[in-house]
Design a protein around this ligand. Structure first.
Ligand code: COA
Length: 383
């Protein structure tokens, strides 16, 4: 093994773009082809067929769970929801924080009194997220939190705790499709954060808390709320081009457009659009779908005419905003819904990272002053 220092090398590309940091069996994000493969299945097929319990099973074990395994997962996630609910009186001000992602992070950080072994811990962490998100949202309108129902499937209970009544089958199916679609997506920023923490041999809860912090940012999971704000600000299709031109002229990014890896339209955008169409067939019409399509088309045209070196197309967050809004979820909770789903993916990566078992500890090239320069400067100052 060489003992040379890497610290003199030029740094990797900004944002580690194109740098492969791990082998993974979890998913392949094909940026040129616009394809997402999760454990050997196309995301389109998974979104149509799976419940949230089943994508958890697939991610955590590598195989689609059979009926018995799915039932065990359902019961395990229900245990997580129950534990989180029991925990509510002891969370202090966590769920009173203004930002729902801050609240979710603070509450999850206090979920456990002591160590819990895997795989139970995975179930508890994944089960807890919707309880905290729903309790936060109900607290904003001075409503009491609703206890989870251990007999229900996870997606259905998540919506029930939020709305105060069981969702219609169409809403449940749409939310389930959303959760499955966004549960896993390669080495995104929050997953990388979770893997860095896992590589230090810290517990899974710490990895999830770190990932939540990364997910919150508007360049990652924080985009869908602002997408809905944008649609509201535009209001009607004929205003789209002018409004977007104003944003670009002011140097602002169009939320929901562009992606680090995809050079074509994010395949998950189409999956979520299809979920919106299914909702429409069930009589739940999104007032914003046709506007969103017009805004996407105007944004794509405008961005194509700018001097970017890459194509900028709609990403998953664009239609996340429209779908979650059509289901009836308040926009403040969009990123928390993302977290509910992605926790499953983070925890699968945490496990994979643990198997690799090597601390992630890259290097940085020092470009600050040397001691001799400091001394020279001090002498010059004294002269
Ligand atoms: N609106 C306007 N311009 C955009 C843009 C957007 N949404 N996304 C990228 N660009 C521009 C950049 O300003 C840059 O311009 P330049 O070449 O003139 O400097 C160029 O496109 C390349 O962008 P870059 O910053 O290299 O892309 P990235 O890989 O770092 O960023 C995102 C990827 C997702 C962070 C970026 O596209 C973005 O900010 N999108 C909006 C936020 C969003 O939807 N996030 C959710 C992601 S799933």
């Amino acid at each position: 093994m060489s003992d040379r220092s890497f610290a003199a090398d030029p740094p990797s590309p900004p944002g580690l773009e194109g740098v492969v940091v791990a082998d993974t069996e979890l998913s392949r994000v094909d940026g040129a082809g616009g394809r997402l493969v999760i454990r050997g299945f196309d995301v389109e097929d998974l979104a149509e067929a799976l419940r949230f319990e089943e994508i958890c099973g697939l991610l955590w074990t590598g195989e689609l769970p059979d009926a018995n395994a799915t039932e065990r997962l359902r019961a395990g996630l229900a245990r997580g929801r129950a534990l989180a609910f029991e925990r509510l009186p002891r969370l202090g001000l966590a769920l009173a924080l203004d930002d729902p992602m801050d609240a979710l992070r603070a509450a999850l950080a206090q979920l456990l009194d002591g160590p819990v072994a895997e795989p139970e811990l995975r179930l508890l962490l994944t089960g807890a997220a919707p309880v905290f998100a729903a309790s936060w949202a109900r607290g904003r309108v001075r409503r009491e939190p609703l206890a989870p129902d251990p007999a229900l499937e996870h997606a259905e209970d998540a919506l029930r705790m939020l709305f105060g009544e069981r969702p219609t089958p169409a809403r449940k199916a749409a939310f389930e499709a959303y959760l499955v679609t966004v549960a896993e997506h390669g080495m995104n920023a929050s997953t990388f954060a979770a893997r860095v923490v896992a590589s230090t041999r810290a517990d899974s809860l710490s990895a999830v808390v770190a990932a939540l912090g990364a997910l919150k940012g508007p360049l990652h999971g924080g985009a869908p709320g602002p997408v809905l704000d944008m649609l509201d600000a535009i209001g009607s299709p004929e205003r789209a081009t002018g409004w977007l031109e104003g944003e670009l002229a002011a140097g602002r990014r169009i939320m929901g457009m562009g992606h680090r890896v995809y050079r074509v339209r994010d395949p998950r955008a189409a999956v979520l659009e299809r979920a919106l169409e299914s909702l429409e067939r069930e009589g739940i019409r999104s007032t914003r779908l046709s506007l969103a399509r017009a805004v996407e088309s105007a944004a794509r045209d405008l961005l194509a005419h700018r001097a970017h070196t890459r194509a900028l197309e709609a990403n998953v967050e664009f239609y996340t905003a429209v779908l979650l809004d059509a289901i009836g979820i308040p926009r403040a909770l969009f990123t928390a819904c993302f977290a509910m789903a992605r926790t499953a993916g983070w925890l699968a990566h945490v496990e994979e990272e643990r198997r690799r078992g090597r601390l992630i500890r890259p290097d940085a090239r020092y470009v600050g002053p040397e001691p001799a320069q400091r001394r020279e400067r001090a002498l010059a100052g004294a002269a």
